[in-house]
Design a protein around this ligand. Structure first.
Ligand code: NDP
Length: 323
């Protein structure tokens, strides 16, 4: 009887349930889940504060890593270690906050050899997304040594972006609202820390150019301020909305400095690109994983952590052990 966190559209919204195997969706690959994690989108789904889930009852969790229990698809066999992120899992399809879940083979990526399933979810959607942002900057010819700004730096995507960029040799500047996490961000490799409040101010069309590249996880006014501070030919990977979905800016950074805004998505990114990103992530040295802040919780603790995440008070990663 796999245990799961079930969402309902009447109170109490979150309930721990024992599901019969026949309750699970009829999909080709059954995975015993070792770890899931908590992402911003999960927090919106679990609390109901974002319109992520529409059909109830529902098992949330946009990503997981585990071991194939049973497969009716030629690509996978019992015992294979796999990772799932995106594709609408945890939004439209039952997700990872369960001991076992049945999923489509096309949604899975083989877990690369050097990566344990725990490390895979220490990265999770956040680490994958950070790497996809780095790839977007690389493809736009931003190279090691360049000065790159990361906003929402203490969050999941932000902290992995700081770690990975530093590891690759970039000069990383971190924007955070958490004075108490400055030392930790420096330990991850941030060259300098900047105050979130400065990026929440009313943006000007252009400021002194400071950054060759940027990874923005916040959106809203923060993204408008980042655009105004880009160097000539600067590249901004826009990936998040933790500070708002609206973007009010001018064309000045684009037409006077040739700045490019590079949208970055992890949900529908094709298989080959996500597999390549996971290969690169699997080659990261252990030290990066050891320095990542991790809060390991059970299914029963997810609701409380989700509420806290939406207030922007968490840092690093929340790992979920469903057993
Ligand atoms: P986290 O909650 O872990 O991180 C968000 C961070 O943003 C916070 O820790 C905080 O960092 C900062 N922040 C700034 N303003 C606010 C605010 N008003 N409220 C809350 N936080 C704020 O989230 P994730 O790292 O999981 O996700 C970050 C963003 O990226 C989210 O918007 C998410 O939806 C998006 N995302 C997009 C993906 C895609 O495929 N496009 C994939 C994954 C995530 P600090 O205190 O350091 O400023």
């Amino acid at each position: 009887m796999p245990r799961a966190l079930m969402l309902h559209d009447e109170a109490p919204r979150c309930r721990i349930a024992d599901l019969a195997p026949s309750d699970l969706p009829h999909r080709a690959v059954s995975v015993d889940i070792d770890y899931s994690d908590l992402n911003y989108k999960d927090a919106l789904a679990v609390t109901g504060k974002g319109k992520i889930v529409r059909d109830y009852p529902f098992v949330p969790g946009i990503d997981f890593a585990g071991t194939v229990r049973e497969s009716h698809h030629e690509q996978y066999a019992s015992g294979d270690r796999v990772i799932l992120t995106g594709w609408g899992v945890g939004e439209r399809y039952w997700g990872g906050y369960a001991e076992t879940m049945n999923v489509d083979a096309e949604w899975l990526v083989p877990c690369p050899g050097p990566l344990s399933t725990r490390k895979a979810m220490l990265l999770g959607t956040a680490g994958l997304t950070a790497m996809l942002c780095v790839v977007r900057l690389e493809e736009a010819r931003i190279a090691p040594g360049a000065r790159v700004l990361v906003t929402g730096a203490s969050g999941g995507v932000g902290s992995w972006a700081v770690s990975i960029l530093h590891h690759l040799g970039y000069e990383v500047h971190a924007v955070t609202g958490k004075t108490e996490q400055r030392a930790w961000l420096k330990a991850l490799g941030a060259h300098a820390i900047h105050d979130r409040a400065d990026y929440e101010a009313e943006p000007r069309p252009l400021e002194k150019g400071r950054w060759a590249g940027a990874i923005d996880t916040v959106g809203g006014r923060t993204l408008a301020n980042v655009l105004a501070q880009m160097d000539y030919d600067g590249r901004v990977a826009a990936v998040g909305l933790a500070g708002g979905t609206a973007l009010s800016t001018t064309v000045m950074p684009f037409i006077l400095r040739g700045v490019s805004l590079l949208g970055t998505d992890s949900v529908m990114i094709p298989f080959d690109r996500r597999r390549a990103a996971w290969q690169r992530l699997s080659a990261l040295p252990n030290g990066l994983f050891e320095r990542m802040a991790v809060d390991e919780i059970s299914l029963a603790q997810i609701e409380e952590r989700a509420e806290t995440m939406l207030t922007g008070k968490l840092h690093g990663r929340v790992l979920i052990d469903p057993r």
